[in-house]
Write a protein that binds this ligand. Structure first.
Ligand SMILES: Cc1cc2nc3c(=O)[nH]c(=O)nc-3n(C[C@H](O)[C@H](O)[C@H](O)COP(=O)(O)OP(=O)(O)OC[C@H]3O[C@@H](n4cnc5c(N)ncnc54)[C@H](O)[C@@H]3O)c2cc1C
Length: 361
């Protein structure tokens, strides 16, 4: 993917006043020492190289929708990814989309649906930038990035080399990839393979099939699927809305735990709250609904610690939200109470889904 020419990255004039709370959807996090906005892939490489050469800690931020940063902030450069651009090439019955890392993801989905390119319609309404989508193999409503990712354009901070990784090298798993637990790699852009088709991928998720009137495994017009997914997401507070604190979150705060067998305390878990899944080390296991575990352990919608401005979303037990003025410490305290409560009640350990910066669960 060629880099587009553009000005070098510029330290923001307002760096001194920038707080991570202003750059993240959870709205917590203290000051950044310096904010650098990178508006092209080459500017992104330059910004990262400059921080690395000077020995300054560097934090990449796209849409800030999967980041929880401590109240102490970030003691170095925050590089905001704002590279834009998308190119399309036909390839038989498919189209290949080369997308710069800073393109807002949902704009890409909207374009694909409008153009009749199938593959990402169930991933409608997910906040953030395209460059972050392979980082945790973004997924929703029965699909994820592994279905469409062709390759990733990567800057390696250790070898100081740029290269193209085929999708299988990214090791996409459930909310996981080769990028998720490392700061070594910078995603400069992604290539997606979509099908030219007016109808969706086969739909597996019951709430979506019900909304579009399709059978399980059936297909529906792309625009209908997008509309259904957006409506479902909005009803759960999973579409960003500046006026609705139920959406001031990182989406799901915990991943759905995958266990080898049902723990004794969970013998009566309803069928709708668990599914077969592959264990992290291989082999068949059981994926449990973290939302069900949280809610049935007593932390229902709206649950909060007395005096805290952090609360479980009123619309979804899996989202921890900032009700206005919450600190990162309050968010983490709430997460710990929930994690400990679920562990005590069911013997299942919940793990955080977002990147925690200067914070520990
Ligand atoms: C309301 C809401 C709903 C959500 N729903 C979903 C959902 O349905 N499914 C889902 O999977 N996620 C969901 N999320 C989580 C989040 O939107 C996704 O993980 C998204 O891809 C994050 O993109 P971002 O640009 O905001 O990443 P950021 O939050 O800015 O960054 C996340 C992590 O990736 C790193 N990173 C960012 N960009 C790059 C890059 N170019 N190269 C290397 N590392 C990078 C950051 O350093 C950080 O560690 C939701 C979040 C919210 C707030």
């Amino acid at each position: 993917m060629p880099a587009s020419a553009s000005p070098a990255p510029v330290p923001s004039q307002a760096s001194a006043r920038i707080r991570l709370a202003d750059l993240t959807t959870l709205r917590v996090g203290g000051p950044a020492q310096q904010l650098v906005r990178a508006e092209s892939a080459s500017a992104l490489i330059d910004a990262v190289r400059a921080a690395d050469a000077a020995g300054r800690p560097m934090l990449l931020v796209g849409g800030g929708s999967n980041l929880a940063v401590s109240d102490a902030g970030w003691p170095g450069d925050v590089v905001q990814i704002a590279s834009r651009g998308l190119r399309v090439a036909a390839d038989g019955d498919d189209v290949l989309l080369d997308i710069e890392a800073g393109e807002p993801w949902d704009d890409v989905v909207a374009l694909a649906v409008e153009q009749g390119w199938s593959g990402i319609e169930t991933l409608s309404g997910i906040p953030g930038c395209t460059g972050a989508t392979p980082v945790q193999n973004v997924g929703a409503y029965g699909s994820d990035m592994s279905r469409v990712l062709e390759s990733v354009d990567v800057w390696d901070r250790v070898s100081a080399q740029r290269s193209t990784w085929p999708a299988d090298a990214v090791r996409l798993g459930y909310r996981d990839s080769a990028f998720k637990h490392s700061d070594r790699f910078v995603v400069l852009g992604v290539r997606l393979r979509l099908q030219v088709s007016a109808v969706s991928i086969p739909l597996e998720y019951a709430q979506v099939t019900a909304a579009v009137g399709a059978a399980t495994g059936g297909r529906a017009p792309l625009a209908d699927v997008r509309a259904a997914v957006l409506a479902l997401r909005a009803s759960k507070g999973m579409v960003l809305d500046a006026g609705d604190p139920d959406t001031w979150s990182v989406g799901s705060f915990f991943t759905n735990p995958v266990v080898a067998a049902l723990p004794p305390g969970l013998a009566a878990v309803p069928d709708t709250a668990h599914w077969p899944a592959v264990l992290p080390g291989g082999g068949l296991g059981i994926k449990l609904s973290a939302a069900w575990l949280i809610q049935s352990a007593g932390f229902g919608p709206g649950f909060s610690i007395v005096g805290s401005a952090a609360a479980v979303s009123g619309k979804h037990a899996l989202a921890l939200t900032n009700r206005g003025g919450a600190t990162a410490a309050q968010i983490i305290d709430l997460a710990r109470v929930i994690r400990d409560g679920v562990l005590t009640r069911y013997g299942v350990a919940l793990l955080a889904e977002p990147r925690l910066v200067g914070l520990e669960l």
